[in-house]
Design a protein around this ligand. Structure first.
Ligand code: ADP
Ligand code: TRP
Length: 325
């Protein structure tokens, strides 16, 4: 047996829906990189899922390329990555699953309702989103699916679908487990709320030095003067120090509590530390981006590995349900 055959399979998808920020990195992406050796990892860019919210084709292509570059730049191995659309069997399997589950069952999905409440059009695709996600997960025999809390229900739907299929047609699918990404607590944005694309308060992961400075210096703080005591627990600048200023953290904490540092100086230290952290990531991304047109070649191994798995699985599924090709 080879090493990879002994490892559990980890699978996760990322929608190509915009520029990665440091909240995404510390809250989610960094985990994929950390776990990629321990598990046999399959990480893909969910471009079919993104079609439920992105209707501009050029934008979808750009976002998809960017998502690949971003994930390579943070250290995901190219053989781990693939595009959802390189695995057409996934959409085929989603159709078969559609015939297994009911409209009332799927109507309980919370994310669908939330998206419609936020103004997304209530398309059949949006409604069926969890079924496509179940196909992503089950076709690869995933054991572990690292996701944010908001996606937990979707993994449960995948488990239900697997059980229903197995009961009806025989044991074909592994029952996956959600691995809820440790709330590295929520990374705050420059306005102190949760950092999020939708709030326009992010520090993009591949920012220029200039932007880092501009963004950090504009972080909202209270109005305490330099020699007043400050609470590190409630200050947004300090919350970011926890991620970027590990070595100086205890010293900074003391200076905050003793009123020995002003917010301006604290921000200046943060600017330097974020710059130091981001510079190598940005350089790596720029290097990979030079060959952007050939980016799909870079993830060739990942694609072929995923295709091989999916094809073998779909052959068994078709046989089980009685579809002739
Ligand atoms: P956004 O809120 O910017 O649209 P997404 O919803 O696309 O981000 O989230 C992608 C991943 O990043 C999810 O796993 C989510 O849990 C994580 N994430 C997003 N924002 C933060 C944050 N501020 N702190 C920690 N993790 C985050
Ligand atoms: N729905 C996930 C999200 O928005 C992305 C996704 C698509 C996914 N297919 C998946 C995540 C399969 C894990 C497994 O974050």
């Amino acid at each position: 047996m080879t090493d990879s055959e002994n490892k559990k399979i980890l699978l996760s998808g990322i929608q190509p829906s915009g520029t990665l920020h440091v909240g995404n990195y510390f809250g989610a992406m960094r985990r994929f990189v950390e776990l990629q050796e321990e598990f046999e990892s399959l990480i893909f860019i969910a471009n079919y899922h993104a079609l439920t919210s992105v209707s501009d084709s050029d934008m979808l292509i750009k976002n998809t390329q960017d998502a690949i570059l971003d994930h390579l730049a943070i250290g995901l191995k190219p053989e781990t990555l693939f595009l959802q659309s390189d695995i057409p069997e996934v959409t085929e399997l989603a159709w078969i699953f559609n015939t297994l589950i009911t409209v009332p069952y799927l109507s309980r999905a919370v994310a669908y309702k939330e998206k419609v409440d936020k103004g997304l059009e209530a398309t059949v695709g949006l409604f069926d989103y969890p079924v496509l996600m179940a196909a992503d997960i089950l076709i690869m025999d995933a054991d572990i699916v690292p996701v944010g809390q908001d996606q937990k229900q979707h993994v449960e739907i995948a488990r239900d679908i697997a059980e229903k299929f197995n009961n009806r047609y025989g044991e074909l699918f592994n029952i996956p487990k959600a691995h809820i990404l440790r709330e590295v607590s929520t990374v705050p944005g420059i306005d102190g709320q949760k950092m999020s694309k939708s709030y326009g308060n992010t520090i993009p992961l591949f920012s220029t030095d200039e932007d880092i400075k501009k963004l950090v210096m504009s972080i909202i703080t209270d109005s305490k003067g330099e020699s007043e005591t400050k609470d590190p627990e409630t200050d947004t600048v300090f919350a970011l120090h926890r991620l970027f200023s590990e070595e100086q953290l205890s010293e900074l904490k003391i200076r905050y509590e003793k009123g020995q540092i002003g917010y301006k100086e604290s921000k200046e230290i943060l600017v330097e530390n974020i710059k130091t952290f981001i510079a190598p990531l940005r350089d790596k991304r720029e290097n990979i981006a030079k060959d952007k047109d050939n980016i799909l070649d870079v993830i060739k191994v990942g694609r072929e590995r995923a295709q091989e798995r999916a094809r073998a699985k779909m052959k068994k599924v078709r046989e089980a349900v009685g579809i002739m090709l």
